[in-house]
Design a protein around this ligand. Structure first.
Ligand code: FCB
Length: 420
């Protein structure tokens, strides 16, 4: 396990750059509740559904108070397309829009800068009914939505995330079958989805930057999930091949689609979601999220949260790579650990922030860090079994009370000090 933080500024050893954004992140389907999209009828492996989730649809102002207590100065969250348009090219629903505007205005009044996510693993029913993002017509429908939204928000948003983890979405929906529509091994659909989303990103970025009030100040990027894929045994040819195929498909192909050639200028920043690594042994992914037994992982000496192997060393590597390749500012749009063990989570956070601080000291232009997640929430196919929150939510109590966790306290100190 690596050591924590090296000096980034002489005399002020553990400081982060001034104006660094310290945030936390959520997604509509995971926290809002009362949503009508492809997840509404989806039952997770623990039997849970997203129907009520954290009820943040009604409790967003309470959630903002909690963010004030945490001392974050930014919040990355979504607006749910299915709430705003009941049909293709329809006018935006006024009431739903006003609720989101109220949320944004309250955030800004609390000194919390919003980063808005336009697509995070969910679509309106009418989009799914025509094949979702496998259908090129979805691009035009999405752009119409973006154009109307950008106008309606009247310059309130500077930081825009068009697509969250298109790689994860397309992989789980069309290759591994974990997300609706639960298709398996439809590689051509995976590639289509990525291609269509990449086109939509490029055009949405132009709309945001030219048609929004104050568009010249707008910053636009995707959030790319970066996972390292390695073979457990360096000399196992098949595991190396599997790792290389995953790297090619989920990292290289996706990054090229969104940011290669003419698309290079569609982004003004890179959003990086970073959790860790997947190692392969005899073709199996050695991570809890794929069902590898925890005891076996321990015997192999792997350090994992309840999802993937932790690999803080990789954070510096990927940051340096992205900086060299694109020369754009970077935001870490998600990092977090799921575990009931708060000491483990704190160590994981410090290790990753240490790696981040070293990368910044070496000249990588990272502008912000968003902890996943504000609340324990509906973790897609795993339901409520994965505890990623800075705050816990008591899902057994119908009032869904929130409580600060030890990690929330620890993160709060870091945010307030802007230092480790
Ligand atoms: C990311 C997703 C986010 C959450 C975290 C744990 O891949 O963007 O919604 O599921 O993982």
């Amino acid at each position: 396990m690596e050591t924590i933080a090296t000096p980034s500024q002489p005399g002020n050893p553990r400081k982060f750059p001034e104006s660094f954004l310290w945030g936390t992140a959520t997604a509509t389907t995971q926290i809002e509740g009362h949503i009508q999209n492809e997840w509404t009828d989806f039952v997770a492996t623990d039997g849970g559904t997203c129907r009520i989730a954290c009820d943040s649809y009604h409790r967003y102002s309470e959630d903002i108070d909690w963010m004030g207590r945490l001392g974050v100065n930014s919040y990355r969250f979504g607006i749910e397309w299915s709430r705003l348009q009941h049909a293709p090219f329809a006018p935006l629903n006024r009431n739903e829009l006003e609720r989101y505007i109220d949320q944004i205005d309250r955030l800004r009044a609390a000194g919390i800068k919003p980063m808005l996510v336009l697509h995070h693993f969910s679509n309106p029913h009418w989009v799914n009914a025509v094949g979702g993002w496998t259908n090129s017509k979805t691009i035009a429908a999405f752009l119409d939505y973006v154009r109307k939204l950008v106008k309606a928000l009247e310059g309130r948003i500077e930081l825009w995330n068009t697509f969250n983890e298109p790689d994860t979405y397309a992989c789980l929906a069309y290759l591994l079958g974990g997300f609706p529509p639960c298709n398996k091994w439809k590689l051509h659909r995976f590639r289509k989805v990525i291609g269509h989303m990449a086109r939509a990103h490029q055009q949405a970025s132009r709309i945001i930057r030219t048609e929004s009030v104050g568009g010249e100040r707008a910053q636009v990027g995707i959030a790319k999930n970066w996972t390292f894929f390695h073979a457990y045994k360096r000399f196992s040819p098949w595991d190396r091949l599997t790792a290389a195929a995953c790297h090619y498909t989920f990292n290289k192909f996706v990054l090229d689609a969104f940011m290669g050639e003419s698309r290079r200028h569609a982004s003004t920043f890179i959003g990086l979601n970073y959790y860790g690594r997947v190692r392969f042994h005899h073709f199996s992914a050695m991570i809890p999220a794929s069902g590898a037994p925890v005891k076996r992982l321990k015997d192999f000496g792997f350090v994992c949260d309840d999802m993937v192997e932790r690999y803080p060393e990789g954070l510096g590597e990927i940051l340096t790579y992205l900086q060299r390749k694109f020369r754009l500012p970077i935001y870490i749009t998600e990092h977090g650990a799921a575990s009931e063990d708060e000491t483990f989570r704190e160590r994981d956070l410090l290790n990753n922030l240490g790696a981040l601080q070293r990368a910044i000291a070496q000249g990588v232009d990272v502008r912000g860090f968003y902890y996943w997640s504000l609340l324990d929430n509906f973790e897609w196919q795993f339901g409520y079994s994965k505890k990623f929150g800075l705050l816990s939510v008591d899902f057994k109590d119908p009032r869904l009370p929130r409580t600060m966790k030890p990690l929330g306290e620890a993160y709060s100190k870091i945010c307030r000090a802007n230092a480790l």
